[in-house]
Design a binder for this molecule. Structure first.
Ligand code: NDP
Ligand code: MG
Length: 382
């Protein structure tokens, strides 16, 4: 039996993880954590019987505790509760599927407690990769990528030698605005940006996909997961999202992982590795794939990608600035407080104003995050 804690159980990845668990009798949920959606967590408690639940919002947590009084479940709140779910002694694996840097501390503590990690929460690795990756080695736990591109690269690297990697090719759909120029993006509204052509995901990552900041975050994520230089990571547009990523080796051979776009595949593989298991769902129909098309990304229009490379190469606390500025800017855009093109603009300004800290500690990362938030809040009052 595999005992699983899910951080972010009400989200897109969280609910798909629960779908995977429904299909596997030897998987059991032991802990669930979410931000505030207690209606859904209440249903999840009824169905999956976790021993521990965290609702980050204290008031909502208290409300839920009253609703589930008769059940054998403890309800906690705040960062303490999140960490308790991440380290609960009965869990073998923690699915890190909260959105944003809020995941750093729980992920760090889960690794310290010896838990394997099924890892979706890319913002955590982008900002604290230099802390997390050595911990993975030290505590001898598995960090299994759930992000589809990284899961693809991981599969392409099965049985290969690290020294024989020449390049990692991350594929990108290009999002809903592929082919557009800056001029066309001026008046983009929230609704336009939330329409992703191929994937149904949470709101923040959907916006990130449209700006290509998501691909930028994934470039930095790949650097940490696969221990390669930024010069060895390329991005190629593959608008149908059929090729999930590729690896080129020193002899010129290229390995790719293909499939219909379905996050349940990387989620299940992260939970059953090194086994593969049956997964119901659509299969690729090659007779219908008229042609797999490749394009170069437009780094001028979608500046977020370029800024990510820049932040990644500078290293230190710069990726934290890139990420924190983006998190705040996306939240402001979703609240209709700023224009779409302000997102990369804000990231760039915050990066320019920042004095980089080499090898930042966890506290320094959180401090930089708070400073970036403050700076942006000063300019765009709520
Ligand atoms: P969603 O917005 O759909 O879900 C986010 C989850 O995090 C929700 O369960 C939410 O709870 C929870 N959450 C938010 N804030 C807190 C908090 N303070 N404490 C505890 N829980 C919190 O996001 P996604 O599922 O789309 O994405 C999750 C992560 O996975 C992101 O890092 C994303 O980049 C990554 N990812 C997602 C993919 C996808 O297909 N969706 C693909 C690849 C990576 P509540 O509902 O109560 O607010
Ligand atoms: Mg991805």
């Amino acid at each position: 039996m595999k005992h699983i804690a899910i951080l972010g159980s009400t989200g897109s990845i969280g609910t798909q993880t629960l779908e995977v668990i429904r299909g596997n009798e030897d998987m059991k949920v032991v802990a669930l954590a979410a931000g505030s959606n207690i209606d859904l967590v209440e249903q999840q408690i009824q169905e999956f019987h976790p021993e521990l639940v965290c609702i980050y919002d204290e008031k909502k947590a208290r409300e839920l505790a009253i609703r589930v009084q008769s059940k054998d479940v403890s309800v906690l709140y705040g960062m303490e509760g999140l960490i308790a779910c991440a380290t609960v002694s009965s869990a073998d694996v923690v699915v890190a599927a909260v959105v944003g840097m809020i995941g750093i501390q729980p992920v760090v503590e889960a690794i310290r407690a010896g838990k394997d990690i099924a890892f979706a929460n890319k913002e955590t690795l982008v900002t604290a990769g230099h802390i997390i990756m050595p911990m993975i080695q030290k505590h001898r736990v598995l960090l299994m990528p759930v992000d589809s591109e990284h899961a693809a690269v991981f599969q392409c690297l099965n049985g290969e030698h690290h020294r024989e990697i020449s390049r990692i090719l991350l594929t990108a759909s290009g999002g809903p605005f592929r082919g557009k120029k800056k001029e066309d993006l001026k008046n983009i509204q929230v609704e336009d940006a939330l329409k992703h052509p191929n994937w149904s995901m949470g709101r923040k990552i959907t916006i990130d996909s449209s700006t290509m900041v998501n691909k930028g975050l994934e470039v930095i994520e790949a650097k940490w997961l696969f221990d390669v230089d930024f010069d060895q990571i390329d991005v190629v547009l593959q608008p149908q999202s059929v090729i999930h990523s590729m690896v080129e080796f020193v002899d010129g051979a290229v390995m790719a992982q293909l499939g219909t776009p379905d996050m349940k595949l990387p989620i299940q593989y992260a939970l059953t590795y090194p086994q593969r298991r049956n997964l119901p769902g659509e299969r690729l129909d090659f007779s219908k794939l008229a042609g797999i098309v490749f394009e170069q990304p437009d780094r001028e229009t979608f500046r977020g990608l370029e800024l990510a490379y820049q932040a990644g190469r500078e290293g230190g606390s710069m990726p934290t600035v890139f990420n924190a500025a983006n998190e705040k800017a996306v939240a402001l855009f979703l609240d209709r407080k700023i224009a779409y093109l302000d997102i990369p603009q804000i990231i760039e300004e915050c990066m320019e104003e920042h004095t980089n800290i080499a090898n930042p500690s966890l506290d320094e990362i959180l401090q930089v995050e708070a400073e970036v938030y403050q700076r942006i809040a000063g300019r765009y009052p709520a």
